[in-house]
Design a protein around this ligand. Structure first.
Ligand code: GDP
Length: 481
């Protein structure tokens, strides 16, 4: 497909909506609009629609064609010039290149949000000069035309897909160039170093060689630290992208399903007082204070002869092992059992929160007892029956995430797996360069590693990336974006 073709797509979600938008981008965008749009107030359209008598003279005749002012919204009618059939009453805007999303001429037509109308308008766009846009093609053009770098383009899809505040905020920061700016600074530092090195390779001067090596090590160390700082944020980034994985464990009947329901605010898991009824893991996604959370109510990790339960228990073990946070619930109204001790033991060395439940029924288990068994855990006394401490649980979950650095306003967070891998590669290359410098290797050799680091960082911004990667990035986009 030729990159210079004029493209069109429905940019709003499929289904019913108040309005829907057809977007056109490319050199022919205005021409397409002129063909199919009849503005009101030109004698052709009344507020009740088009009086189509004069329409024919407008269509296809560029001399008398509608000449919109760029970025001015016009009210009018989409009409099929072939038979003067009225398609829909719309608002249309023409945005002249280069100050547009794609840096090309762009037209947007706001119609009623019916797929009937949108499809007809799109079909007219195709008939009068536009081609169907591929997935993400508008954003791809924005990237290819230098409006966005690749990391910014990737953040567009993250923004569209974001389900929670934190996910959205981080994507917006990335779109606004926060990550790109940091990467550019690192690359500039490496470029300065490369220039110094090249000069010294071309015109060796033994007197200053020692100084060069010292300075080089310091500079490499600086950049590597910045790369590693970004890399360290990717754990947090994964939580922002995929959600904080929380496994709720506890022996049967302590109140796990009730907790899950309380957090979800709806009756999703089955609550009964027959032990072992939650036979499988139940996973739910929710947002706690803007942080995406994936909550798994487990079947409990214990011995059983029941085959179905056994499967559930295996799954419980998996979600236990993969979780970022374990919420262990015990029944505080009765003494701790062997099973409770077994589970408390399993939580050692993990991020854990212990909920001493059934406060309403008694306080046999004390905070001190749990604290002595699991000194690092957050301990809360709760009652699922009386909905006591649900807020406190939510606060502790998000506090843990905040302290762990999830949503710190003042630091950049890497959420994209591609960026994470490239940062890791860059960090390795810089470590190699530092080792080589420390070992007094020739500058020519060190330069190769520094260049490698510089290039890997560049790939985050989309510099010197292969067509395959560009293709892959944009294939994950939706149509119309
Ligand atoms: P699970 O097997 O651990 O998932 O436990 P459930 O959530 O199914 O609860 C088992 C039983 O304990 C149900 O009858 C709940 O209503 C009851 N239950 C849960 N939490 C509390 C609580 O805080 N106090 C009291 N009195 N009963 C509770």
């Amino acid at each position: 497909m030729c990159e210079n073709e004029t493209i069109a797509a429905i940019s709003t979600a499929f289904g019913e909506g108040g309005i829907g938008i057809v977007r056109i981008s490319g050199a022919e965008a205005l021409h397409v609009l002129q063909k199919i749009f009849v503005p009101a107030g030109t004698g052709n359209v009344s507020s009740a629609g088009v009086s189509s008598a004069e329409h024919a003279s407008d269509c296809g005749d560029n001399a008398t064609a509608f000449q919109p002012v760029s970025r001015m919204m016009y009210y009018g009618m989409i009409m099929d010039p072939a038979d003067r059939h009225k398609v829909d009453e719309v608002m249309a805007v023409y945005m002249k290149a280069p100050h547009t999303y794609t840096r090309e001429d762009v037209v947007e037509i706001d119609s009623h949000g019916s797929m009937v109308s949108l499809r007809k308008i799109l079909s007219l766009c195709y008939q009068y000069g536009a081609s169907p846009a591929a997935r993400g093609e508008f954003t791809k053009r924005a990237f290819l035309n230098g409006r966005l770098d690749l990391s910014q383009a990737e953040s567009v899809m993250d923004l569209i897909r974001a389900k929670t505040d934190a996910t959205f905020d981080v994507a917006l920061e990335q779109l606004q160039g926060r990550l790109s700016d940091e990467i550019r600074t690192m690359r500039q530092n490496l470029m300065d170093l490369l220039v110094d090195m090249t000069v010294n390779i071309d015109y060796p001067d033994e007197d200053i060689e020692e100084i060069i090596y010292e300075r080089m090590q310091a500079q490499l160390d600086d950049v590597k630290k910045s790369v590693d700082r970004l890399l360290a944020s990717s754990d947090t980034g994964r939580i922002i992208r995929d959600g904080l994985r929380v496994a709720i464990i506890g022996r049967p009947n302590v109140g796990k399903s009730s907790l899950m329901n309380a957090l979800l605010g709806e009756n999703r898991a089955i609550v009964t007082d027959v032990p072992g009824t939650t036979r499988d893991t139940i996973e739910e996604s929710l947002s706690i204070h803007g942080i995406p959370v994936r909550l798994t109510d487990t079947a409990g990790i214990r011995e059983t002869e029941d085959t179905i339960e056994k499967i559930g228990i295996e799954r419980s073990k998996d979600s236990f092992n993969q979780s970022d946070l374990i919420v262990l619930m015990v029944d505080g109204s009765v003494p701790l059992t062997k099973e409770d001790h077994f589970l408390l033991d399993r939580c050692r060395g993990r991020k854990a929160m212990v909920l001493i439940n059934k406060k309403d029924e008694g306080k046999i288990v004390s905070e001190e007892e749990i604290g002595s068994l699991l000194p690092d855990a957050v301990i809360l006394r709760t009652s699922m029956k009386e909905q006591v401490s649900i807020d406190a649980i939510e606060n502790e979950v998000t506090a843990m995430v905040h302290c762990g650095g999830v949503v710190q306003q003042d630091s950049t967070i890497v959420t994209n797996a591609r960026h994470e891998q490239l940062l890791r590669d860059a960090s390795h290359a810089l470590a190699d360069a530092m080792d080589a410098a420390a070992g007094g290797e020739p500058l020519e050799l060190i330069e190769i590693d520094v260049h490698e680091g510089y290039d890997r960082l560049g790939e985050i911004l989309g510099e010197s990336v292969s067509d395959d990667i560009i293709q892959e990035v944009f294939s994950r986009f939706c149509l119309g974006k």
